[in-house]
Design a protein around this ligand. Structure first.
Ligand code: DGL
Length: 277
């Protein structure tokens, strides 16, 4: 079991920010990444649709023989993690829990901002999770959907005048709320970290759910005695459901290095295989 890869899935390229953080923390682990590029974005879709996609993504990774699955997509984490836990036996780690716990630890004034996709905000997953994590301490949560941040990150417009204008549009109202902590509740937002920090104010602590998840996956693997014992650097394999060329180009920018192995696949086939086995 220990030598099996970690599975990571996202609606597209955004989850590579999570993969990068996991790679930095656990360099010897092997990783299989699935980006559902044919059906991105998840952030504007209904719970039923996101659950269906997430089940198909997870079935693909299980078919590949992973020991644990990180749901790198915040939207899938918010809307589908319960369904995935019901459906499959493999352990799942969503990005919401680690982000929530990191925010609850960071805040001093208990005024926390959450930015994410529309579906994640509407689900209330971050707001409810933060309230729970803060226990009896009253906490004020201000949420804002920032849909345009996703295409900006994909197009590499992370520090341009357009990015600044969009950040101003979304974050101006949050700036007046005296928040001391802001959760970046979407895979793509860590790429816009510097423009977000400039706009919201450098005194506000930015919580990167991907980095928080990398720390928690190490704990989870240790607890389950699943950490790899291999001494060599781990390998990574990348699968996409469409537009492999575009993924390759953007992924190189996200990761800062070229992909070792990239393949276009059909995820639906594996749901059948999984249920039949
Ligand atoms: N991966 C999604 C998330 O973290 C953002 C892109 C999408 O909407 O699918 O919520």
């Amino acid at each position: 079991m220990n030598s099996l890869p970690i599975g990571i899935f996202d609606s597209g390229v955004g989850g590579l920010t999570v993969l990068r953080a996991v790679r930095e923390r656990l360099p010897n682990e092997n990783i299989i990444y699935l980006g559902d590029t044919a059906r991105v974005p998840y952030g504007t879709k209904s719970r039923a649709t996101v659950e269906k996609y997430a089940v198909e993504d997870a079935a693909f990774l299980i078919h590949k023989g992973v020991k644990v699955i990180i749901i790198a997509c915040n939207t899938a984490s918010a809307l589908a993690r319960e369904r995935l836990r019901q459906e499959f036996e493999v352990p799942f780690l969503s990005v919401i829990g680690p982000g929530v716990r990191a925010a609850a630890r960071a805040t001093k004034n208990h005024r926390i901002g959450v930015i994410a996709t529309e579906a994640t905000i509407d689900s209330g997953a971050y707001a409810n999770g933060i309230r729970e994590a803060c226990g009896d301490t009253p906490v004020e949560i201000v949420s804002q959907a920032c849909p345009l941040f996703v295409p900006l990150a994909e197009e590499g417009e992370t520090n341009s005048a357009i990015a600044q204008q969009v950040a101003e549009k979304y974050l101006a109202s949050l700036r007046d709320q005296q928040i001391d902590t802001l959760v970046l509740g979407c895979t793509h937002y860590p790429l816009l970290k510097s423009v977000i920090a400039e706009t919201i104010g450098s005194e506000v602590i930015l919580i990167d759910s991907g980095a928080a998840t990398a720390a928690e996956i190490e704990t989870l693997l240790r607890e389950k005695d699943l950490l790899t014992t291999q001494a060599d650097k781990g390998w990574s394999e990348f699968y996409v459901t469409d537009a492999a060329k575009r993924f390759h180009r953007i992924a190189e920018r996200f990761l800062g290095y070229p992909l070792e192995h990239l393949e276009a696949v059909e995820v639906l086939e594996h749901v059948g295989n999984f249920h039949a086995s």
